[in-house]
Design a protein around this ligand. Structure first.
Ligand code: UT7
Length: 321
């Protein structure tokens, strides 16, 4: 017995910002041509008046409806996020309050690998008998962490949320998460300035900082390594997998994985053109869309693979139930 996903849902801001609008509003020296050629991104959702709790709650309600699960059946809410509307209480508590449930509720900071880190923990909770119906939510308001005068980063990311309902099952065949410690190449500085009279140091307001080329090289290396390791563990050939749902950070990173693994691009659905990089949210939104389109059927073998700040990375193999 492992786990299965019984329902999926998403929550998005209203404002869908094209590359052209982003360039016009920010006044940056950038263009639709540069962004779409170098990343595959054409647009992304950005919050105006929505909070991250709004997005996470919408995704949660959508996933519960899809699963046919009542909110009162949930015994654990785990949110993967780099930051909710408040540092404390956790985003999971804010969602619990909105949907009216009393259960365990906590957040996990796994950057872009957050969905896989959370799924790993959820599988442990369920297999240990510590939870039976878990609401796993990924939610990121990347726009709150970006410097919109930095064309190297602000064009890349988007806001959104996705949720899955997880119960006991036998769909999860393999999961592995790990990290290669490197805190310099991709980071978001703290905003814990406080006003303690006992400290002489004040944190500066923080923005996402990224050394793009280094992260690109990490991503290409780890994606291939993780997929090869997962397949070898289960005795699968790359072509035995129906779909690879991989982190949507850059179309060129995904194309590199396709060519290194010598696979058909049809096995790698992408949505980066419409969403940009939504960190932990990218994979569960992709899963939701593929299910809604009827592309994924029971018995299909899925590989999910992600990498992110840390550098965290990981993969899992699911036989869809
Ligand atoms: O989910 C977290 C993980 N994040 C990632 O996986 C991101 C990984 N990295 C990347 O996707 C790529 O490194 C980027 C898309 C961020 C950048 O592509 P690159 O091929 O590494 O380009 P670069 O950073 O070397 O920049 C090339 C040029 C530079 O100009 P000069 O120095 O050659 O004159 C940049 O200043 O492109 C310039 N540039 C831009 N130009 C127009 C950088 N950003 C922009 C921009 N518009 N938005």
């Amino acid at each position: 017995m492992t786990i299965k996903i019984t329902g999926t849902g998403i929550g998005l801001p209203k404002h869908h910002v094209t590359n052209q609008e982003l360039a016009e509003v920010t006044g940056l020296d950038t263009s639709d041509e540069w962004i779409s050629t170098m990343t595959g991104i054409k647009a992304r959702y950005i919050c105006d008046d929505e909070t991250i709790t709004d997005l996470a709650t919408t995704a949660a309600i959508d996933a519960l409806a899809d699963a046919g699960t009542s909110a009162t059946d949930i015994d654990y809410i785990l949110c993967a996020t780099i930051g909710g509307d408040t540092r404390t209480p956790a985003l999971a508590c804010a969602v619990a309050e909105r949907i009216g449930v009393e259960c365990a509720a906590a957040d996990l900071s796994g950057a872009c690998t957050g969905f896989l880190y959370a799924l790993d923990i959820v599988s442990c909770l369920i297999q240990a008998g510590r939870a039976s119906t878990v609401l796993l939510i990924c939610a990121e308001k990347m726009s709150a962490h970006l410097d919109y005068t930095d064309r190297n980063t602000c064009v890349l990311f988007g806001d959104g949320a996705a949720a899955v309902v997880v119960t006991a099952g036998s769909a999860l065949k393999y999961i592995h998460v790990t990290s290669h410690p490197d805190t310099q190449v991709l980071s978001l500085a703290n905003r814990m300035t406080g006003n303690s009279p006992f400290t002489h140091h004040r944190d500066e307001v923080g923005f996402v900082h990224m050394e793009g080329q280094k992260v690109f090289r990490y991503a290409v290396t780890y994606m291939e390594r993780e997929v090869v390791k997962a397949l070898a563990t289960l005795g699968l050939e790359p072509d035995d997998v129906d779909y690879y749902l991989v982190h949507q950070a850059n179309r060129r990173i995904i194309e590199s994985a396709i060519s290194r693994l010598k696979l058909s691009p049809d096995k790698f659905p992408m949505n980066i053109d419409r969403y940009g990089n939504m960190s932990s949210v990218s994979i569960p939104v992709l899963l939701h869309e593929q299910l809604a389109a009827g592309a994924i059927k029971p018995g299909d073998t899925l590989v999910m693979c992600a990498f992110g700040a840390g550098m965290t990375y990981g993969s899992c193999v699911v036989e869809w139930e």
